[in-house]
Design a protein around this ligand. Sequence first.
Ligand code: PAF
Length: 314
Amino acid sequence: MESRPLSEGCPSTDNTVPVGLGPPTRKANAIDVIQHIKDMQRYADRVRSDDHTMAFVPTMGFLHEGHLSLCRIGRERGDVLAASIFVNPAQFGPTEDFDTYPRNLERDLSLLEKEGVDVVFTPTEANLYPEGYQTYVNLTQLPEHLCGLSRPVFFRGVATVVIKLFHIVKPHVAVFGEKDFQQLQVIRRMVADLDMDIEIEGGPIVRESDGLAMSSRNSYLGSEQRPAALSLYRALCAAKDRVGSGETDAAKIIQEATESIGSYPDTDIDYVTVCDPITLDDISRIDDPALMALAVKVGQTRLIDNMILAPPGK
Ligand code: PAF
């Protein structure tokens, strides 16, 4: 499995701050910003020894309202709210956009501070993947669907970094967006399979006023690509209406969405699927609420979106 090569970083020098000196951090206004693993673990240990609960929102930064909505959920769920910002090289394939992925740490920290986040973990690649790193987490079935087919290293990279972040931040509850529905299911499955004592909570998709699902990658889109980008949401809404009015044939629903999105010149469909929301296995008849999920390239920008299609009365 080929993933983007990890940098040959220096071994981490995390063991420099003695326990018990207060959060060993750089301060960005009122939030604590922690870069080193052991410092974050000691912070988490103090939270736990004070009998407080820790909620956690992992991110890759370049935050938008979707991330901030997850922070608001986290704020309700924990006494202490942690976030992380780390663009994880292990989840990018060699030809994907790791190098150009948008980044703006100062802006992110100021947004997180306004949301009342207490602590932000901002490791470097060398912190998380020091020289000689070779341990990865693989799920056997869920990644064989949807995005996993065209992004073969993505879920291995996500599962690996999330389990590492969980060991470092030690949350009681962690919040992930439902826009990355497959990622959410992968993490739920991993946490259950590995008996991890962490509650996983999903946060609803947040959309722009025109319906486009918020994503850090939306910043790549030109204004002329907006109609094509919006075709995903429109196709999902049309499918939802059709199933809500009694259509049960998944193939028909998929065909209609494919035709409608494909009618925009700048679109290249990766997949349009109707599947079981838990296993992500394809379904042919929609007798119960089903997940419709889409991945489409608009120009060079890969967009994903999804919606639950519920038959009448379900
Ligand atoms: O959804 C994301 O932003 C990332 O995949 C995550 C969960 C932070 C892991 O890098």
